[in-house]
Design a protein around this ligand. Structure first.
Ligand SMILES: [Zn+2]
Length: 503
């Protein structure tokens, strides 16, 4: 019989959501295989002689961060755009994420995974745009995640209404502009069958988890949404979908979904999706009554302030969401829409937004947002009770932060300095599923130097392709800008002020 692999993390300050979040006490953590089995003072005796030991003296030991919204398909577009409205950004980013070589798909998946790990993200929820809908491509992505050693909540996006439907006043766009955004869609049935087949081919386990991702309600027929609800129910999976990312999408809901009371939440409900499995992503333009409906159904919201700002979508009404009691999660979104996979930035932004929304002093958000980025995001993925905390029985997804980093001089509060000070620079060791994947700030699973060389080679084709796309699509920009402006001028039955709704 082979002995269970043991790992002892000794003498670090262990962050406990329910303990002293400012000055966590020193403790040991004993890990067996993929699970935490004990947390307490001096566990050396409990560990066997063969246990691997990590000396965590002078380190803050925290639960691995979970990114609840990400798309790996456009990682190589990072840094190509200044701030610009989502409608215009789609024009460039959609083609650069689709129909690319398998080498490129592997490389971009690895780059995103490694960037995440370096920043202490141990789980990514990848809502993958998989075009072509081909299992060989899906295999490439899953192999990259497996090789990188990161945990993935994997969800290829499905939709059966063309991409142009994301744009309000699309009918006013010239036909060629509509075609650039996408006027074709796949049939619902084939996509659901594809997903069901992939769930069988790659059963969840170890670091792979599945989710169902209808792209957005306005891009899915009731039949597809109902099929997604059935699939999620049958396989006990969470659901993620984009809702109310832009003001134009709220206008679409109010004007084109009249039979659902002008609400995409009501539309999701009619398809059987409004419930504890559901997570709606963004919700920048959600109405207060819809938040309450979400809260009553135990459905969640995943916030992405970084991309919402960069893509001119607006300010999510975080304070109202908190008041309404909706469960919250946080994500980093596309690499081309926020340019970074970094939950420290996402957490800080969450706190700062609430601050500018409310001139009165608050109760302190740093510890709350750490919960959202760990326990909340685990809950969104249906992994509550298994991820997001350093507790016996939980998965050993743990990060060690170097308290000798200048950002912790002086060390006044773990919670506040993780949220307001940390950039990712202090992340020194990352453990996923009981396995050390970053050691002394270096990835142990992948040859990062070789990956750099490979990406440099790929970019020799990628950049000319991107430049050709920009050139060919330039004529569409004034039309999309006009649509964006018109959506901002349209009256909505709610008024907003810096993150608060005013009904
Ligand atoms: Zn997204």
């Amino acid at each position: 019989m082979t002995e269970t692999r043991q790992l002892l993390i000794r003498g670090g300050r262990v962050f406990d959501h329910d303990g002293d979040v400012h000055q966590p006490p020193v403790a040991d953590i004993l890990i067996e295989a993929d699970k935490i089995v004990a947390v307490g003072a001096d566990l050396t005796q409990q560990a066997g002689p063969a246990a691997e030991i990590i000396d965590a003296a002078g380190r803050l030991v925290a639960p691995g961060l979970i990114n609840a919204h990400y798309h790996s398909h456009d990682v190589l577009c990072r840094g190509l755009f200044e701030e610009l409205p989502l409608e215009m950004w789609l024009l460039y980013t959609l083609p650069m994420g689709a129909h690319r070589s398998k080498e490129e798909v592997r490389a971009r998946t690895l780059v995103g995974a490694l960037e995440s790990l370096h920043a202490g993200i141990t789980t990514v929820q990848d809502m993958l745009g998989l075009a072509p809908f081909d299992e060989a491509y899906l295999d490439v992505v899953l192999a990259a995640y497996r090789d990188a050693g990161i945990r993935a909540v994997f969800a290829p996006m499905v939709s059966d209404i063309p991409a142009v439907s994301m744009i309000r006043y699309r009918d006013a766009l010239p036909p060629e502009v509509q075609e650039m955004l996408g006027t074709k869609a796949l049939a619902a049935e084939g996509q659901l069958d594809f997903l069901a087949t992939q769930l069988r081919r790659h059963p969840a386990g170890e670091r792979l988890h599945w989710a169902v991702a209808p792209f957005a309600p306005q891009r899915c027929t009731p039949q597809l949404l109902e099929g997604c609800a059935t699939l999620a129910e049958r396989h006990d999976l969470p659901v993620y979908t984009h809702v109310y990312e832009t003001r134009g999408q709220a206008v679409i809901a109010r004007q084109e979904f009249a039979r659902h009371g002008g609400s995409l939440i009501a539309y999701l409900d009619s398809a059987g999706l409004l419930g504890p499995r559901l997570n709606i992503v963004h919700s920048v333009w959600i109405a207060r009554a819809e938040m309450e409906r979400m809260a009553a159904a135990d459905a969640g919201i995943v916030l992405n302030h970084l991309s919402n700002f960069k893509l001119k979508s607006g300010v999510a009404p975080v304070l109202d969401m908190r008041d309404a009691g909706v469960r919250l999660g946080l994500g980093c979104d596309n690499c081309s829409g926020s340019d970074v996979q970094n939950m420290f930035q996402a957490m800080k932004m969450f706190c700062l937004i609430a601050a500018v929304s409310e001139p009165e002093p608050g109760q302190g958000l740093a510890h709350e947002v750490l919960r959202h980025a760990t326990l909340g995001n685990a809950r969104s993925a249906g992994l509550g009770g298994r991820l997001g905390a350093i507790r016996p029985g939980y998965k050993a997804d743990i990060i060690l932060i170097d308290l000798n980093d200048i950002g912790y001089l002086p060390f006044n509060s773990a919670a506040r300095q993780l949220v307001y000070t940390e950039t990712g620079r202090g992340v020194e060791t990352v453990i996923v599923d009981g396995r050390t994947v970053i050691k002394d700030r270096r990835v142990t699973t992948i040859d990062e130097t070789a990956l750099r060389r490979e990406v440099a080679g790929l970019m020799r084709h990628f950049i000319p392709d991107y430049e050709a796309v920009v050139k060919a699509r330039q004529s569409a920009l004034p039309h999309l800008l006009a649509a964006h402006r018109r959506a901002w001028q349209e009256a909505l039955p709610l008024h907003r002020f810096l993150g608060r709704t005013r009904d």
